[in-house]
Design a protein around this ligand. Structure first.
Ligand code: ZN
Length: 410
């Protein structure tokens, strides 16, 4: 994907500001002639910004304006170690609300909608992002926050909520409750805006069917404003992103080099106008790809595919980048294979060996399943695995998202 002239011009202004005001980038870009950047290729020589850099800047080391201009901070949840703190100026908060309102419009949501917000409020960016965007749009907000399903459903019925904002798992839970209680006819939902993560088509169609809604994937991360930087429209599953606020690169996570347009890689984001904590070439660890071609909706905002996974889930075996979702795609097409699998990668006798343990449905021939899986894997992913079929229930189960890939090479 080529950087546009407008983006390049914005970037030059942004880099100048950053070098003047951000101690974090003054340090990071020390010895680099940032003023000498005149094209995309120059820009691509700048070092990346990593999550770890942001942690080291805790608490306010990312601040790139005088403190009197900061109106709010948000923080990433940080399951491990030090959290990341992102300071926002009033302009950042306004820009974010504008982007989010644009997301709602792309989903066909208007100021006559009633929007029930179930993601959490507080330090993280979810609830408040959905809210300020809805207010900017002029819609009626029902600010529920997470949990309390009884009250959620009551509000949803009594206020005739038309739009549900939720994570995919909470949307599914509500859908199941509505079905269980037989209150479907009292629900007036038309659309669901779901925080983007890797969620299967099966789950998507279940939620859509049970709630009777059209679903939209909304993307974002705390480090870059929050949710609301990309969403899909009615014509495409891929998400339009706001290229007037950010520059997105898709790179091979191992080499840091751009992948071909349409190939899967890591989303790397540069903010073009952010003030409080601008980020240059930020490695998101999210995997996606540029969706080629123009969207039938006519929008010129470019698109990235729904998230394919995280770079941490990705492994490289015999020169092939492999993601869990690809493996699941192959397994899905093998008759007799159940959805439960485990992958082991070992380095034996100077060679990488990838072994798939797959649970085989009762009555299905193990040899047939192994053979079919192996050849389909070769066709779709490009290498031949060793397949070990096992009985249903033999692989470990866990309530949490179970880990499926074990890399024993290092
Ligand atoms: Zn579109």
């Amino acid at each position: 994907m080529r950087m546009t002239q407008t983006q390049l011009d914005m970037l030059k202004v942004q880099l100048k500001k950053v070098m003047k005001n951000s101690p974090f980038y003054q340090e990071k870009f020390k010895g680099i002639n940032v003023d000498g950047i005149t094209c995309q290729e120059d820009f691509e020589k700048l070092p990346f910004t990593w999550k770890g850099d942001l942690r080291e800047a805790y608490p306010l080391g990312l601040m790139a304006v005088p403190e009197k201009e900061i109106v709010r901070i948000h923080s990433s949840s940080g399951t491990t170690g030090t959290p990341i703190i992102i300071p926002y100026t009033q302009k950042d908060v306004d820009d974010w609300a504008d982007m989010f309102a644009r997301c709602y419009r792309f989903a066909g949501i208007t100021n006559m909608d009633r929007i029930q917000i179930t993601p959490g409020y507080g330090l993280w960016t979810a609830g408040i992002g959905f809210q300020t965007g809805a207010e900017r749009l002029g819609a009626m907000v029902v600010p529920m926050g997470p949990g309390n399903t009884d009250k959620q459903l009551r509000m949803m019925m009594d206020l005739k909520t038309t739009v549900l904002c939720a994570t995919s798992s909470y949307a599914l839970l509500l859908a199941e409750e509505i079905a269980k209680r037989g209150i479907g006819t009292h629900i007036h939902l038309k659309k669901g805006v779901i925080g983007s993560e890797r969620w299967g088509d099966k789950m998507r169609s279940r939620i859509a069917k049970e709630l009777g809604v059209s679903l939209y994937d909304i993307y974002g991360l705390t480090e870059i404003y929050g949710p609301g930087i990309a969403i899909n429209c009615d014509h495409s599953k891929a998400m339009h992103y706001w290229d007037d606020y950010m520059y997105i690169e898709i790179l091979d996570p191992h080499t840091g080099e751009p992948v071909e347009d349409g190939e899967i890689g890591e989303i790397v984001i540069t903010t073009l106008v952010k003030e409080g904590a601008p980020l240059i070439r930020y490695r998101t660890h999210d995997l996606s790809r540029f969706e080629p071609g123009d969207c039938p909706c006519g929008s010129k905002h470019p698109r990235i595919d729904t998230l394919i996974g995280r770079t941490d889930d990705m492994v490289k075996v015999k020169g092939c980048n492999i993601f869990p979702s690809q493996i699941e795609d192959v397994i899905k097409d093998v008759e007799g294979a159940s959805s439960e699998y485990q992958v082991m990668i070992d380095h034996l006798g100077g060679k990488d060996i990838l072994t798939i343990f797959i649970e085989v449905k009762k009555g299905a021939g193990k040899t047939d399943v192994a053979h079919e899986l192996s050849s389909l894997f070769k066709i779709k992913i490009g290498m031949t695995p060793l397949v070990k079929p096992v009985d249903i229930g033999e692989l470990p189960r866990s309530e949490k998202k179970s880990r499926r890939i074990f890399d024993n090479r290092y």
